[in-house]
Design a protein around this ligand. Structure first.
Ligand SMILES: NC(=O)c1ccc[n+]([C@@H]2O[C@H](COP(=O)([O-])OP(=O)(O)OC[C@H]3O[C@@H](n4cnc5c(N)ncnc54)[C@H](OP(=O)(O)O)[C@@H]3O)[C@@H](O)[C@H]2O)c1
Length: 251
């Protein structure tokens, strides 16, 4: 029997966990950070919450006798991916990254690509008046000091008591989002600029398509660099990797 730990928080991680759970002689664990309280998981053993940095992760991997690690976290969850890389190297543990493809610029897009979110606020001051800030709750604080822009912010759950929130409107909703609704939202709030991370995937791409069709600018934050190591960009390839690893070590 081998034990697999999947670092999750994405649709792909949950899908992989469900499929991997059907592999014989494999026990699957899914770990999530616990940022959203309403998340639904369909696999047997799910653990919630941080490990306590690299030392905590190493301890967990050892104590729970994990044999294989798949990092299927979000492309912008750079810290946990780095921790996973360091911990796996330290323990000589096989590790795979499952990372969905990024969105690619298409004809008609009006993107300004930036390396990280910290420079975006200054950039917006010159060029925008009504901004759809699709960057997640934790990044809103970067925009609180701007008083000449109205922000539309879409969150999965209400902000926490101590969160610093830019001026504008918060709406609560959870993807997947439909193109027609995204267009209506952008038109209703007279949005001139969208700020988005290049998350990739189908669930949140509709706002990018809507921006293209409506001629709205997108400030697109590029992904952080992946740590070194093997990677695949879909669930099926992760399963192939997993099966071949199990086969190669079962003699
Ligand atoms: N960043 C995004 O845009 C985004 C979007 C959608 C979903 N998510 C998901 O939300 C989670 C948090 O994202 P983040 O950007 O805050 O990550 P992060 O900056 O890379 O991680 C911050 C800390 O959260 C804990 N953590 C993160 N992922 C974890 C996991 N799967 N299991 C256990 N602990 C985890 C770790 O705490 P310790 O150091 O204490 O171990 C980590 O150091 C990730 O699992 C990610 O897949 C992120």
């Amino acid at each position: 029997m081998k034990r697999l730990l999947i670092l999750g928080g994405t649709k792909e991680a949950s899908q992989l966990a469900i499929k991997a759970a059907t592999i014989s002689n494999l026990e699957v664990r899914l770990s999530v950070a616990g940022r959203t309280t309403q998340a639904r998981y369909q696999v047997g053993v799910t653990r919630v919450g941080g490990f306590g940095g690299v030392p905590g992760l190493i301890k967990y991997l050892q104590d729970d006798a994990i044999d294989i690690l798949i990092d299927a976290t979000h492309p912008f969850a750079g810290k946990i991916s780095l921790h996973a890389a360091v911990a796996a190297q330290e323990l000589d543990l096989p590790r795979l990254m499952l990372i969905r493809p990024e969105w690619l610029l298409q004809a008609g897009d009006n993107w300004l690509e930036v390396d990280n979110i910290t420079s975006v606020a200054e950039m917006l001051k010159e060029n925008a008046k009504r901004v759809f800030l699709a960057v997640g709750r934790q990044k809103l604080t970067n925009f609180v000091h701007i008083d000449k822009i109205w922000f539309l912010m879409r969150l999965i759950e209400p902000p926490k008591k101590d969160d610093l929130i830019p001026q504008g409107l918060i709406i609560l909703d959870r993807g997947p989002f439909r193109l027609i609704k995204e267009k209506e939202l952008l038109i209703e709030h007279q949005i001139d600029t969208i700020v988005s991370k290049n998350s990739g995937g189908d669930a949140t791409i509709a706002k990018i398509t809507a921006a293209r069709e409506l001629g709205i600018k997108v400030v697109m934050v590029k992904r952080p660099q992946l740590p070194p190591g093997e990677w695949v960009n879909n669930v099926e390839d992760a399963l192939i990797w997993l099966l071949s690893f199990i086969k190669s070590t079962s003699y």
